[in-house]
Design a protein. Structure first.
Length: 359
């Protein structure tokens, strides 16, 4: 296994659209959302470990999830858990982790991957990542894995690539924000647009150079701690300085501003598991078209539902179509799938009325 291969596994999000299972204290990446026996972060870690030495996989997360990471990933040591003392979007934490990795191994090439994606064909995933790593080790390139659109989704950003190229690795013309439905249809008709999955690959040299060029103030902010990184002084430096970093995404910070951006169209099945509806789409359905995790169900005139409970709980449903039904200790959610984007707002109302402990 190549000792220059590294990964940053992004595991700091709350996943509030998967409430009530996903909460601030126990977010979705630490749950077995699919009923497979593995949590999402475990699935992602072991997928990356097919290609990358386990000791080179860094977990980027909020400090409140440190114990959860170590408990669920026994192969990981404390030095691999990079803790954010404050939420500052993706650019600051990626820059911080990249400087740590560069100090340890200036020849490193790395992948930045969310911890909560569903990828079934792990062999093809490894093949695409390896293609990117080989390209990035020889070229000054910022790379991303794009997903072939299957419908005009308005919930994702899009990547427009050079359609004149016959190569597997194509240069990126521009990133496009989440479009309205008509614009999304137009993107798909044009044939050179991919969904932005938020999976990035680059050498540490290239990504640090991109931050230096495009975000000099942010770079300077974290460069001041280089002597402390990977030593016992790192924690104090980060606790004092990290909360003062600009709140900015890596897309805005470097990807949209750089000219050396390339994309591979992913050859594997992918789902970002962002909502209960996306989970429903990926799970097997029973004879009534219901997707069931953990529950034992008796369904009459009930179809298209997403049902999740604790293990082996009996759920009887009659006359309910296209609903999300999630039973979790103190909260029962029965919510139309068509309104799933409103779960975040509903969660806020629950916290306002009943208390923060329910979120």
């Amino acid at each position: 296994m190549n000792k220059n291969y590294y990964a940053i596994l992004m595991a700091g999000g709350v996943g509030s659209r998967f409430w009530p299972v996903s909460t601030q204290d126990f977010p979705k990446q630490f749950h077995d959302m699919l009923g497979t026996g593995d949590t999402l972060i475990q699935k992602t870690f072991y997928r990356l470990a097919h290609l990358i030495p386990k000791e080179n996989i860094y977990i980027l997360t909020n400090e409140r999830y440190n114990d959860l990471v170590l408990e669920q990933l026994p192969d990981v040591t404390q030095k691999q858990v990079v803790l954010e003392p404050a939420m500052r979007n993706t650019a600051p934490c990626i820059l911080y982790a990249s400087l740590k990795i560069q100090k340890e191994n200036p020849e490193a090439v790395m992948i930045v991957a969310p911890s909560d994606h569903w990828i079934e064909d792990e062999q093809t995933f490894s093949k695409n990542v390896k293609q990117a790593f080989e390209f990035c080790s020889k070229n000054d390139a910022l790379m991303t894995l794009g997903i072939q659109p299957t419908f005009p989704n308005t919930g994702y950003g899009y990547i427009e690539f050079d359609k004149t190229s016959a190569e597997t690795i194509k240069s990126v013309n521009q990133f496009r924000e989440k479009p309205d439905y008509e614009t999304a249809k137009e993107f798909i008709a044009r044939g050179n647009f991919l969904w932005n999955a938020g999976i990035f690959m680059w050498s540490v040299k290239s990504v640090v150079k991109a931050f230096m060029s495009n975000q000099p103030a942010l770079y300077k902010h974290f460069e001041a701690g280089i002597s402390a990184y990977n030593t016992d002084k790192e924690d104090a430096f980060i606790k004092e300085n990290y909360p003062n970093a600009e709140n900015i995404s890596v897309d805005y910070a470097i990807m949209e501003k750089s000219k050396n951006v390339f994309v591979i169209s992913a050859e594997f099945d992918w789902n970002d598991l962002g909502t209960w509806g996306s989970l429903y789409d990926k799970l097997d359905k029973n004879e009534n078209g219901n997707a069931v995790v953990n529950a034992r169900t008796l369904a009459e005139d009930a179809t298209g539902n997403m049902i999740r409970t604790r293990k082996d709980k009996i759920v009887v449903v009659d006359g309910i179509k296209d609903y999300i039904i999630v039973d979790k200790e103190e909260v029962l959610l029965i919510f139309p799938k068509s309104k799933e984007q409103d779960i975040k707002k509903t969660l806020q109302k629950v916290k306002d009325k009943f208390g923060e402990q329910y979120g």
